[in-house]
Ligand binder design. Structure first.
Ligand code: ADP
Length: 487
């Protein structure tokens, strides 16, 4: 129920209760006063008549008593007077009109007033006055008066109360409904509308705070709150824009740094073999080179151009990283195939590769060729990290893990391909730059610094990442994390 309707209902119910209680009390009071008056009149009349009957009795004239009574009884129909014998049996014409009540106090000479219905069912007030001087004290005067007038008066009073209560309730109810709507319902509705708009983020359109009551105070407070919220929102927006701008600047600077690093990496990587090629070619072109050295120089030129070709191919791989063509593959099979391919190279360097952990199929949606390439790069690094030989363990397992920042949110199931070596390990300083293109700690000609960045790019394209842990002098663990379907 709406608040205004509730208030109106409470007010009207309260009003009705007050009016009915007040009406009841005043009717009861009226009845009491009226009855007291009737009793007093009957008492006075009865006492006078009892005196007269006593005198007539003393004169010994029985007919005088009868005449006296019938004269007195000739008055208004509502008032009857009779001489009754208290010990007369019911049905006796001289028996008292009241049958159910105890009339014993009359025998002791006391008066008695009682209300009882007569044979026709009308309520009457019976007053009994003992007749003095009789000796037997069993006769009394019975004065009875009909109370139907009083009953009608009471009924009329109640009808009046109901009409008054109904009219007052209707009028005050109507007034309360109108006032409730104007003073409570309407301002409350506007406040609710405003709060809803604020909830949806619309802080405009301040509420009209007229009226000077609590509602207008609330509207004022709401307007002030909206202003503060708006100010805070503007401040947050300005701050966010400033932060985005700062981040953009940082990213720009970072991009410039990367491009610079890339350019100097390319210059360095290609500069050395090109110098060699150009020097050897110049020597051949000069014609001063003895016949037998020309073939040697040509072989050097061939080796250096091969190196340049490798670098350019890797650069192209890095730059033209294609969107993976994902198909349903078994990661276990990919690992096995890669190990087969890598085994001869590893053996040559005195390194043994062991497949560990789960060998059951690990189904995944992935570009098999690309994953193979990423895994190859990790294994080549592991082999190169153990110049004196050693062992590499490669295995697949499953892990519920939370991705690092920038790789989605929420813990999920991942297929993890571990490559663990017993090599030289990685220093904390190098760890920071590990995946940077052209970052290498290897001698010139041995490393291009592109293997890890290519591997990382591939894994990232598959929605995963590469994790590294390493201990200097003990070895490193590289893990490819790939999200599993339904994980
Ligand atoms: P490259 O192997 O041509 O140097 P990568 O990008 O593959 O380029 O590797 C970058 C560097 O990371 C390596 O030069 C090496 O210092 C370090 N690194 C990579 N894998 C390992 C490993 N398993 N153990 C120790 N160092 C490693």
């Amino acid at each position: 129920m709406k608040l205004a309707a509730k208030l109106v209902s409470i007010v009207i119910l309260g009003l009705i209760a007050i009016l009915v209680i007040d009406g009841y009390l005043s009717v009861e009071r009226d009845v009491e006063i009226f009855e007291a008056g009737m009793k007093s009149d009957a008492h006075l009349f009865g006492s006078a008549m009892a005196g007269l009957v006593s005198l007539a009795r003393q004169s010994g004239d029985a007919s005088l008593i009868r005449r006296l009574i019938s004269e007195a009884d000739r008055g208004p129909r509502q008032l009857r007077i009779r001489l009754v014998r208290l010990n007369a049996l019911p049905g006796d014409p001289d028996a008292p009109g009241v049958t159910g009540a105890d009339l014993a106090p009359l025998l002791k000479g006391q008066e008695l007033s009682l209300k009882e219905r007569d044979r026709e069912g009308h309520l009457r007030l019976y007053t009994y006055v003992p007749v003095p001087g009789d000796g037997t004290a069993d006769t009394a005067l019975e004065i009875s008066e009909s109370l139907s007038g009083l009953e009608k008066r009471t009924r009329d009073a109640w009808i009046g109360i109901f009409i008054l209560t109904g009219t007052l309730a209707a009028v005050s109810g109507l007034a309360a409904v109108l006032l409730g709507f104007v003073m409570v319902g309407r301002p409350l509705h506007r406040l609710i509308e405003k709060v809803r708009r604020v909830g949806k983020g619309d802080l405009t359109g301040p509420l009209d705070a007229g009226g000077g009551d609590e509602f207008s105070e609330l509207a004022g407070a709401l307007n002030a709150m909206c202003e503060h919220l708006d100010e805070a929102r503007r401040a947050v927006r300005t701050e966010t824009e400033a932060r985005i701008e700062a981040m953009e600047q940082l990213r720009h600077a970072d991009r410039l740094k990367t491009v610079g690093g890339l350019a100097s990496g390319i210059a360095h990587e290609l500069g050395t073999p090109l110098n060699v090629v150009s020097g050897r070619a110049a020597l051949i072109a000069s014609g001063k080179l003895p016949e037998e050295e020309i073939a040697g120089s040509a072989a050097v030129i061939k080796a250096q151009t091969d190196r340049i070709t490798t670098i350019i191919r890797q650069l192209l791989d890095f730059a033209r990283r294609n969107t993976p063509r994902k198909t349903a593959v078994d990661l276990g099979r990919i690992v096995d195939r890669t190990l087969e391919l890598m085994a001869p190279l590893a053996r040559e360097r005195g390194v043994g590769i062991r497949r560990v952990g789960e060998t059951a199929p690990v189904p995944a949606m992935a570009d098999g060729g690309q994953i193979e390439q990423a895994l190859t790069n990790l294994i080549v690094n592991a082999v190169q990290a153990m110049p004196g030989g050693g062992g590499i363990e490669v295995g697949i397992r499953h892990e519920h893990v939370r991705p690092p920042a920038g790789h989605g949110s929420g813990t999920g199931k991942h297929a993890c391909i571990d490559v663990v070596d017993e090599g030289e390990g990685i220093s904390d300083k190098d760890m920071e730059r590990l995946f940077e293109p052209f970052f290498t700690t290897k001698d010139v000609g041995k490393g291009t610094g592109l293997g890890l960045s290519i591997a990382y790019g591939i894994v990232e394209e598959h929605g995963g990442w590469i994790g590294v842990t390493s201990e200097k002098g003990k070895g490193s663990r590289f893990t490819i994390y790939l999200p599993e379907e339904g994980g």
